[in-house]
Design a protein around this ligand. Structure first.
Ligand code: E4P
Length: 215
């Protein structure tokens, strides 16, 4: 399973890259705003900066919601770097744009996916990645992990190549459960990745070994 980091923070991206387990980055307009990145020029430069740090795919989200606007914005984003993946919302014009991008060699991440039917449409349109938001489903008392299971079954039934990118992943158990269910990718905050490191028996065992080594 691939690990993507879900942030636009360059320090955190560097830290995850240095750990040696990072396969890519996802961003969204809220994450860019959180870093204070404003204006088209600064936004494009920030994506280039991210591409300089990581060796994997970088999802860059369009903010247009009409077909012509999504195509124009997506083509500009794709030109920035070969590893840019154009992130497109799951709306009617978004699905049409994903089909256009797929036919024209531009890779896409279909975002804001909350149902198996939406994931099926994304795959049929030729999305490279589909992003089901499991944490946000959990937030409204719906089983986010069940959606990963359903999409896995559907994609395997028809051998769709679209990769399941579990998004809105909030904690280490989400990561472990996604791995058990066969998600291709998880995208999460650095804190969730680092939390996988932790176990009290590792800490106490190491303390004991270091103490014994001094004897
Ligand atoms: C997906 O790519 C989104 O950026 C992200 O995972 C949303 O997560 P949130 O629900 O924690 O905002």
């Amino acid at each position: 399973m691939k690990f993507f980091i879900d942030t636009a923070n360059l320090e955190q991206i560097k830290e995850a890259q240095d750990l040696g387990v990072l396969d890519g980055v996802t961003t969204n307009p809220s994450l860019m705003a959180k870093e204070g990145i404003k204006g088209q020029e600064n936004i494009l430069k920030h994506y280039e900066d991210i591409c300089k740090i990581v060796t994997g795919d970088v999802s860059a989200e369009v903010i247009s919601t009409d077909y012509a606007g999504i195509i124009k914005e997506g083509e500009a984003l794709a030109k920035l770097h070969p590893r840019i993946v154009v992130k497109v919302p799951m709306i009617k014009d978004g699905v049409k744009a994903i089909k256009y991008f797929s036919d024209n060699g531009i890779r896409t991440n279909c975002t804001l996916v909350f149902s198996a039917g939406q994931a099926l449409l994304a795959a049929k349109a030729g999305a490279t990645y589909v992003s089901p938001f499991i944490g946000r489903l959990d937030d409204v008392s719906t089983d986010g992990l069940r959606l990963i299971e359903d999409i896995r079954l559907i994609y395997d039934n028809y051998a769709y190549h679209t990769e399941i990118l579990a998004a809105s992943v909030r904690h280490p158990m989400h990561i472990i459960n996604c791995a058990q269910l066969g998600a291709d990718v998880v995208t999460c905050p650095l804190s969730a990745i680092l939390a996988l490191l932790k176990h009290p028996l590792t800490d106490s065992g190491l303390a004991q070994f270091l103490a014994d080594a001094k004897k």
